[in-house]
Design a protein around this ligand. Structure first.
Ligand SMILES: [Zn+2]
Length: 254
């Protein structure tokens, strides 16, 4: 008997079924991440990517296929995800996410995932998560190395944000390309897959509200060449221009 979308999701937690997740980037991280999230039963994925599929993407960007070289990545992602898991709704945004349109793109989502490859986009999404009061799951890959962090600054005023970890400087503010990520440093497909799986686990854990005690304010660093896996604390920057709370003024002299 063929299975309906209802049957496919019969054992999925309803919080996953009703979750709406924004994914910035349908490339090295975003493609396998979206694949895992659809398989996990996430109900709605909003996927933003302004790039088109290139032949060189295919070894690691597992949502795209040879026949779609030249097609918008966001739309290619939707086509593959609808085929493998029709119960997951996919909204593609095949446009560049700018300071002007990001709030509209993220609005209504329960959580955002950063799988982009440039500093400007990362900082833009960090701010949008604060404005929209949602958590941010952030990933990066370079060679054999990867990073994963979940930022709760949108929902917890005590939590640090991406800017606390990587302050926006003139150098990285004006450069679109993050030198530590795939655009310039090269990414191995299996490394992107591992980091994407960890990002998916962070998303599921956050949607199900099952954080570990160290989750707020820590960065996980993984190096698959030397089997390194460590976690470092991210202190909240009391002067962070994004997430610092308004300063507490001293009592006026009496
Ligand atoms: Zn901050």
């Amino acid at each position: 008997m063929p299975l309906s979308p209802h049957h496919l999701h019969r054992s999925v937690d309803p919080r996953l079924q009703t979750a709406r997740i924004f994914i910035l980037g349908a490339g090295g991280l975003g493609a396998p991440l979206a694949w895992f999230l659809a398989r996990a039963g996430i109900g709605h994925l909003v996927i933003a990517d302004s790039d088109r599929v290139e032949r060189s993407n295919l070894p690691r960007q597992i949502l795209h296929v040879t026949a779609r070289v030249g097609a918008p990545k966001a739309e290619s992602a939707r086509l593959t995800l609808q085929r493998i898991h029709p119960a997951t709704r996919v909204t593609p945004i095949p446009a560049r996410i700018t300071a002007t349109n990001i709030l509209q793109a993220v609005a209504g989502c329960d959580l955002a995932v950063d799988g982009s490859d440039n500093y400007s986009a990362r900082h833009r999404l960090n701010r949008a998560c604060l404005n929209c009061r949602i958590p941010l799951v952030s990933g990066a890959v370079s060679g054999f190395e990867g990073q994963v962090a979940t930022f709760h600054h949108g929902v917890d005023p005590e939590a640090p944000c991406y800017h606390c970890l990587y302050p926006e400087t003139n150098a990285n503010d004006t450069s679109e390309t993050d030198p530590t990520t795939c655009a310039t440093a090269g990414v191995l497909g299996p490394v992107a897959g591992v980091i994407a799986a960890l990002l998916a686990a962070e998303v599921v854990k956050t949607v199900l509200n099952r954080p570990a005690p160290h989750d707020t304010g820590s960065l996980r660093l993984i190096n698959l060449r030397n089997s390194l896996d460590l976690r470092i604390a991210i202190p909240k920057d009391p002067a962070c221009p994004v997430c610092a709370r308004p300063p507490i003024l001293p009592n006026p002299p009496t």
